[in-house]
Design a protein around this ligand. Structure first.
Ligand SMILES: [Zn+2]
Length: 277
């Protein structure tokens, strides 16, 4: 009995701060960061699907690195520790049809929507784990995924994984035809910085504007909100941004006071105190 007690008292805290429990080896949502000397976030950048070539992914990685540092005013830098283009593991089931869609690649991308829905994130995590060494995975803080597989939203994040659709499909008022939209590199990078912001523990800015009823009220609220041009705000022009948005002053303060210290010391990050922006 006394040994058990000693185990909990002495060994468990050592295990949780040795990095294993804070790493992505066992789960996608570890509740602490790994301790580090430099304010640098190590990511794996993946493309899951068939439509993006390796060079394009490399370019996005370079731009993401540059813009992320700028957007945090040099507080946190991003390091692309691993970059991989991974083909779909599944095969398109015979007889799978969608009215108005004939191309096999499009059908495959759309098939994911019905089959995986919210579980696509776990699928990509499992697929990636098979292709990375434990040593490397232990060093990675977040997995950033661009995929042609369709899911519920244009982009989302869960735990330490962020995902965005590229391309994205929709009927957008054309019931008879499927429209394929290829987000620009600026839009991809802007959205990915927003999702990495969530991974770091930041919440949406200007949320109160989206509780308002009319479009007019929302526009007025956004116009008056000092955080509306920040990357964590849905007020920003996120569908055709001309520039990549940065973190607003209020979110910069959250990064400085709360996120950065916990990143460096390897603390739990979900329980952080953050100012509402
Ligand atoms: Zn969001």
């Amino acid at each position: 009995m006394i040994y058990k007690f000693l185990f909990f008292l002495l060994i468990l805290p050592v295990l949780s701060f040795s990095g294993v429990n804070c790493s992505l080896i066992n789960k996608l949502n570890p509740d602490c960061f790994q301790k580090r000397v430099e304010a640098r976030l190590n990511i794996a950048l993946l493309y899951y699907g068939e439509q993006m070539i390796e060079e394009e992914l490399q370019d996005i990685g370079d731009r993401l690195k540059e813009e992320f540092k700028k957007s945090t005013r040099n507080l946190i830098s991003l390091n692309v520790k691993d970059i991989k283009r991974i083909s779909f593991e599944d095969k398109l089931p015979k007889n799978f049809q969608i009215p108005g869609v004939h191309d096999e690649e499009d059908l495959m991308n759309l098939w994911h929507h019905g089959f995986y829905r919210g579980n696509l994130i776990s699928k990509v995590y499992e697929v990636y784990k098979k292709r990375v060494s434990q040593k490397k995975l232990k060093e990675i803080d977040a997995i950033v995924v661009i995929t042609s597989a369709q899911f519920e939203d244009l982009a989302l994040s869960y735990g330490r994984l962020a995902v965005i659709e590229y391309p994205t499909y929709g009927r957008w008022g054309h019931p008879g035809e499927m429209v394929i939209f290829y987000p620009s590199q600026t839009m991809l990078v802007d959205t990915l910085i927003h999702e990495v912001g969530h991974i770091l523990g930041l919440k949406h800015s200007s949320e109160e504007c989206f509780d308002l009823e009319t479009e007019e009220q929302r526009a007025q609220c956004c116009a008056e909100d000092p955080n509306s041009e920040g990357v964590m705000s849905h007020c920003r022009n996120r569908y055709s941004p001309e520039v990549v948005h940065e973190f607003s002053q209020c979110q910069i303060e959250n990064i400085e006071k709360s996120i950065l210290p916990s990143l460096l010391k390897g603390k739990k990050h979900q329980a952080l105190f953050r100012e509402k922006c």
